[in-house]
Design a protein. Structure first.
Length: 157
């Protein structure tokens, strides 16, 4: 399920517990909406009810032990359609998804997050590394996380 910022923060919190897998944050739906700080409600595609900035939405998800993922690796690696489904059905997709989610979260934390969000996010990354069942994949992920800390980007499984 996907939920947009059309819904209120309260509604989004309730729906998150129902299995929402994609949630937007900091959305602007008007022409030029991301180019200025001011809102252009008169050209908005739809009304935004949850007006929290992205950093606040990310921190809210982290505080609930959800890993906000900015991953687009499957599309970029051509893992779509039957190729994607075979990974899902075999259960091997987790060896891609969890590491990719952690690495894209780390990129967000390093590049954009407030100090408060970064602190919560770093703790969840360390905790979530233990959820990677393959020692080899976990080690590669840990190495990439250190490289991201030092300015490298765009790692993916």
């Amino acid at each position: 399920m996907i939920i947009s910022t059309r819904e209120s923060a309260r509604m989004r919190a309730q729906l998150l517990a129902c299995g929402v897998s994609q949630i937007s944050g900091g959305s602007r739906t008007s022409v030029g909406g991301y180019t200025t700080e001011e809102r252009h409600d008169e050209t908005a595609q739809f009304d935004v009810s949850d007006t929290r900035p992205l950093d606040e939405v990310v921190r809210w998800l982290l505080e609930q032990d959800h890993i906000p993922s900015f991953c687009t690796a499957c599309y970029r690696e051509g893992r779509t359609g039957d190729r994607f489904m075979s990974l899902c059905k075999s259960g091997k997709i987790g060896l891609c998804c969890t590491p990719n989610a952690l690495m894209t979260l780390k990129e967000y934390l390093v590049d954009y997050a407030s100090p408060e969000t970064r602190e919560v996010g770093e703790k969840l990354i360390q905790k979530s590394l233990l959820d990677i069942p393959s020692e080899k994949v976990r080690g590669i992920t840990e190495r990439h996380l250190l490289e991201i800390e030092n300015g490298a980007h765009d790692f993916r499984f």
